[in-house]
Design a protein around this ligand. Structure first.
Ligand code: ADP
Ligand code: MG
Ligand code: MG
Length: 906
């Protein structure tokens, strides 16, 4: 729970723009903090004040504004009135203000801004006289009633739009600027009637009442449905509240020498410096983005109003040099005078983030450490997905939420059954559903990508797709999905089952037809097929190269790969892996070797078993030789066999059918019968918690010894070949030190035998996984028998939570995420409080027993940005992850190192 603001001491709820600064975003919201910053920089900001988020928090907690708020607002309003030389809504010469919401994070679904507050039947004529422009005054008034009606009184905005359209039709004109004063006066009458009819009250004529109602409406909008949904999806806490900005009005709708615009200090797509933005003459507020008339590119402002243009360019430079980053800006020109209405550090694409960071270093604005902090692993991951060729002609169907990245192309299918059927016959399919549920799981697995028309980032489709690493776009609301008729419609286009569609999980875009895919230049670079130093190297690759090099220089955590074969190992090495943290040996027992494993399992007596193991030994040895060669000079951690044995046996139903059919034909297959018996014997209710890991090594004589021998002989062979093998042997699923001791003694004996036979000293490290709560809790004892620990955070998460991952992700994680039980799946980002605290204590206990204990992690969390920071902080030596995530882990390990240096030394 957030601490309640202390209401006994005198609390300040309102800050003038001159009192705040950019670091007060928690208190003043992003917009308010930056308005204050610009004011203090001496930039032309219309005067005003900000009501704090704390005032909003009181409102949210108690249902009422804090008692002191009204008088504080009055005091600030009076000061504003004095400064401006006019009073709010005064008939002869009214001061007008805007009431603008502004939370710490910009948030769709919050109340829109209301402009022109203070206008009334009385003051509209005063405004007309003061401005010498009757049309302008009535235009401003109709805008106020429209915005106020919609956002404060909750009137359907369409009604106003329709009335405006009608007015234009009656007059026979197409744009709003062609309506004259008389037309707008009529429109105001219409609008007031709409308000009365819909809201059941008159449009308030008292200017202060207008302002107070608008402020309250901003507070209340914090808890609007859309705002709540957005916060849940983006994991923004519910108790932050929003600030409210009251800002004196400036007018862009005072004729052709006025206007309003938006601008960026650099291109948010490429990072290039230049003139980026749009301008609209004779317009107010959001007209420029609302598309009511055609805007002109910002560069044209130079011709329209050179003085304002030049000033704007200077201000943009000031802002960049001050914020040391790309800024976006809202401005208005009132009769040739430029006003700044908003700025913030602007959003940018992943590619632009890397380019801008290095550009700013080159300009001497930031140092390399700061540049590293300007990018993140999620952005790097985005740059590594294959992408749709941007130059190809495309037909955009719609856009949804970018739920799980990637570029997927396939035939549209509208049910799981068809998805599975078609994919079995070799078709690529995109599964399209309104929403998915656990019944769709098979189809999701079969599909290249998943597209839904409903649901957000925590919907079933999104959660499961991310868990599977599968491309997903969800909540594409323009798409009408009709699963019964197996088609979807978008506008006039109908997409039938079997039509090709392409979905981009990084942008949320949905295309008709097959969009060609191009490999990511960043992956080409990591693969060594593109060189950052080459003359034609693209700027992005050069930027990634520089930032990666810096991250590598500063990081403490080493990064290893989870790889089972030489091919993966070599790729991992190219991607910067400093060893293998997890080689899963079970993958070496599949394919044609399965039969030997079957024989091993079916063996009735030691001889038969020894024979089977004998056959497996040379194959294993060969695998290890290849792996050790690929990773020559770097550590390779080999995990002994881990999965339950039934995974190597045929499927129980298939086998039963085979046996039954054979019996019917009276041909009796002894082997199948024995297999079936074995399958029954080995069947477990909870295989995850059954006979697996070290338990296998303890009950199947000779199994682990064979694996250890293969590793030792492979290492000896590599030494013989003048290589530098650094194999480490890792025992899985240990729960108690006794298990480890038995296996270790056996392994040491085997290693000694190989050493004696080959005449080489092998120095193979023996360690264990820590993946059961009991192992973590008894880490001090276990460290006596282990030279290293590798935290298996996948199993540890399963066993600490009592979750079976494959079951829970598909069945109830969506509900858990929606209820806010956790903000992200604990299989995606490590649960620091639970699983993480076991890791933390096991690290301390292990090191206390054995100071030189080497510590790593090999669960999938090893490649997750947030988790990498945690592993850095608890003091692990390395993280290990799949080859493709290695660059992300390297980058985040660098960021973690900078972060823990603290902000002062940056
Ligand atoms: P948003 O967060 O949606 O951008 P803003 O509060 O920035 O909302 O306001 C919406 C529009 O109204 C913007 O174009 C802004 O520049 C304009 N605007 C806000 N306050 C004023 C003002 N005091 N004078 C003129 N235009 C304003
Ligand atoms: Mg808006
Ligand atoms: Mg704005």
């Amino acid at each position: 729970m957030r601490d309640l603001p202390d209401q006994t001491s005198v609390q300040k709820f309102v800050y003038d723009f001159t009192e705040g600064n950019k670091d007060l975003k928690d208190l003043l919201g992003g917009k308010g903090a930056n308005l204050a910053e610009m004011t203090n920089l001496g930039l032309p900001v219309p005067p005003g004040f900000t009501i704090t988020t704390e005032a909003c928090q009181v409102y949210l907690d108690s249902g009422d504004e804090p008692a002191a708020l009204r008088s504080e607002v009055s005091a600030h309003l009076e000061a504003l009135e004095q400064r401006m030389g006019k009073k709010l809504g005064e008939p002869a010469d009214p001061l007008l203000v805007s009431v603008r919401s502004g939370a710490k994070f910009s948030m769709p679904g919050m109340m829109d801004t209301v402009l022109n507050i203070g206008l009334s039947d009385a003051s509209v004529t005063g405004l007309a006289q003061q401005a010498g422009d009757e049309r302008f005054a009535w235009d401003s008034y109709r805008r106020l009633i429209q915005m106020f009606g919609r956002t404060v009184l909750g009137v359907d905005g369409e009604l106003f739009e329709e009335a405006l359209e009608e007015a234009k039709e009656t007059k026979g004109v197409t744009v709003d600027t062609d309506l004259g004063a008389a037309d707008l006066k009529q429109l105001v009458k219409r609008f007031k009637k709409i308000v009365k009819a819909e809201a059941g009250r008159d449009f308030p004529q008292d200017p202060r009442e207008q302002m107070d109602l608008a402020i309250k409406a901003v507070f209340a909008s914090w808890n609007g449905d859309r705002a709540r949904l957005y916060r849940r999806q983006e994991r923004i806490p519910n108790d932050l509240g929003t600030a409210v900005n009251v800002c004196s009005m400036v007018f862009g709708n005072l004729g052709p020498d006025s206007g309003t615009g938006v601008a960026f200090t650099r291109d948010p797509a490429s990072g290039q410096q230049g003139v980026y933005g749009d301008y609209l003459q004779n317009a107010q507020g959001e007209d420029v983005v609302a598309g009511i008339r055609n805007t002109v590119p910002l560069a044209e402002l130079e011709k329209i109003d050179k003085a304002s243009y030049d000033l704007l360019m200077r201000i943009m430079e000031t802002l960049e040099n001050h914020y040391l980053d790309l800024c976006d800006i809202e401005f208005t020109i009132e009769r040739g005078k430029l006003w700044m209405l908003q700025t913030r550090v602007g959003k940018r694409t992943a590619g632009a983030a890397f380019r801008i960071a290095t550009q700013l270093v080159d300009q001497g604005l930031i140092n390399e450490a700061e540049a590293l902090m300007r990018v993140n692993g999620a952005q790097l991951a985005q740059l590594m997905f294959p992408r749709f060729d941007e130059d190809a002609p495309v037909e955009l169907l719609g856009r949804g939420i970018a739920a799980s990245p990637g570029a997927a192309v396939g035939k549209a299918v509208f049910d799981s059954y068809t998805a599975v059927k078609w994919s079995r016959s070799g078709e690529k399919v995109i599964l399209i559903r309104r929403e998915t549920n656990p019944d769709d799981l098979d189809g999701m697995i079969a599909a290249e990508g998943i597209l839904t028309s409903r649901g957000g980032k925590t919907s079933h489709a999104a959660v499961v797709a991310r868990g599977m690493g599968k491309t997903c776009v969800c909540g594409a609301e323009e798409l009408e999905v009709d699963t019964k008729r197996r088609r979807m419609t978008v506008g006039g286009t109908v997409v039938e089952e079997g039509d090709l569609v392409s979905i981009d999980g990084s942008t949320g875009k949905v295309y008709l037809g097959e969009v060609p895919v191009v490999p990511s230049p960043v992956v080409e670079y990591f693969e060594g097929r593109m060189h950052a130093g080459a003359d034609d190297a693209d700027e992005l690759v050069a930027a990634v190269h520089r930032i990666m090099a810096y991250a590598d220089r500063v990081r403490r955590l080493r990064v290893r790969a989870n790889a089972d074969n030489a091919e993966d190992a070599l790729r991992a090495r190219r991607f910067g892996a400093q060893g293998i943290g997890l080689c899963r040996t079970e993958h070496m027992f599949l394919g044609e070797r399965r039969e030997m494993v079957e024989r091993l399992i079916l063996a009735d007596h030691d001889e038969e078993r020894a024979e089977a193991l004998e056959k497996l030994l040379p194959l294993q040895k060969k695998d290890f030789i290849e792996l050790l060669e690929a990773m020559d000079g770097l550590p390779v951690t080999v995990r002994l066999l881990d999965p339950p044995l039934h995974e190597f046996l045929p499927d129980i139903t298939e086998l039963s059918v085979r046996v039954a059919l054979a019996e019917a034909r009276k041909d009796h297959n002894e082997n199948d019968l024995r297999l079936l018996q074995a399958v029954h014997r080995l069947h477990e209710q909870n295989p995850m918690l059954g006979l697996r890991g070290v338990r296998l090594g303890l009950v199947i004589p000779g199994l682990f010894a064979m694996q250890v021998r293969a590793i030792a002989e492979a290492a000896a062979a590599r030494k013989d070949a003048k290589g530098d093998p650094r194999a480490e042997i890792m025992i899985p699923l240990v729960g108690t030190v006794q298990e480890l001791e038995i296996v270790r003694d056996e392994a040491e004996a085997v290693i000694a035998e190989v050493e004696a036979a080959t005449g080489t000293s092998l120095k193979l490290a023996l360690g264990t996984m820590i993946e059961l709560p009991r192992a973590a809790l008894t880490a001090a004892q276990i460290a006596e028998a282990a030279e290293f620990f590798s935290f298996g955070t996948n199993d540890l998460t399963q066993t600490v939570w009592g979750f079976s991952r494959d079951d829970v992700e598909a069945s109830f994680f969506t509900a858990y995420l929606e209820k806010g039980i956790f903000g992200v799946s604990p299989f995606e980002t490590i649960d620091q409080d639970g699983v993480g605290s076991l890791v933390r204590s096991a690290v301390a206990a292990g090191r206390a027993t054995r100071p030189g204990l080497k510590l790593g992690v090999c669960g999938e969390h090893g490649g997750d940005p947030e988790s990498v920071h945690f592993f850095h902080e608890v003091g692990l030596d390395y993280v290990s992850c799949s080859p493709f995530r290695i660059p992300v882990a390297r980058l985040e390990a660098g960021r973690a190192a900078i972060e823990s240096r603290g902000s002062d030394s940056r």
